[in-house]
Design a protein around this ligand. Sequence first.
Ligand SMILES: C[S@@+](CC[C@H](N)C(=O)[O-])C[C@H]1O[C@@H](n2cnc3c(N)ncnc32)[C@H](O)[C@@H]1O
Length: 255
Amino acid sequence: MERFLKYINSIPFQLTVKHYYPLKRNLDSKESWDILRRSHPHFSISEDRGEWLEAAEGKVKKDGQDGGFIQRAREITELIDKLGIKSVFSVGVGGAGLEYQIKKAKPELKLICSEYSPVAVERLKKVFVEADSIVPFDMREDSWQKFYAVDLVLMYRIDIELTNNDFLRMFQKMHEGGIKNILFIICGRLTLRGLLNRFYQRFWWKIGGTNYAFAGYLRTIATFPPFWKNLYTGKELDFGGLKGFLLRKTDSNVS
Ligand SMILES: C[S@@+](CC[C@H](N)C(=O)[O-])C[C@H]1O[C@@H](n2cnc3c(N)ncnc32)[C@H](O)[C@@H]1O
């Protein structure tokens, strides 16, 4: 019975729903992220190294992070070691707390961090001095070819930002650009309980006059694999309570 209820709760089919958050404006462009990064303490990236480290060490919560990201970084580092990965290109890093923890555990790893928000790039350059480089990169628009030699692309909690069509186009472009390995960790899977909670929450926001706005997409686990079908083979993994997939290019010879 318990297994059956878990199965039902997982919503075992493809489903994408819009996600809303108490914000003044929709979060759907780099400009909207820049405004949020400048104005909202929960999403700000400090230019002060000490303050930034407090967030990167999990003492202050940012960007809807759960407390598990330090343990998650350890698990990612173990996987990196197991696979013999020497270089990582991480996209949409935000405040880069996870990436800081990975670099701290493995200083010899070549770590390139990227963001499409100019505010995030400019601020991280000042505070994340351990990163090998911090570059502007739009995962939807930019060419992946430049990064074909990187051993692993890390995509951590960026799924919420893209439409289903964006995903299909992006994985195609990554495959064409020669990206061999991808570690894709999702923000949070959509479950039946989560869906009902969201309806309930929005009802109370409406009743209470709380402003809320569009902040991306949430998906069931079954929604993801079709995005990379015939391009990458995916292995489902768990990283400190968040679901992820290790994707290997289907025609790649890498170990
Ligand atoms: C939910 S936040 C996650 C940030 C960070 N990875 C974390 O887990 O704390 C999503 C991030 O993706 C970035 N982003 C959104 N669309 C993007 C795009 N097309 N290309 C690159 N980054 C993008 C946003 O600027 C934001 O920092």
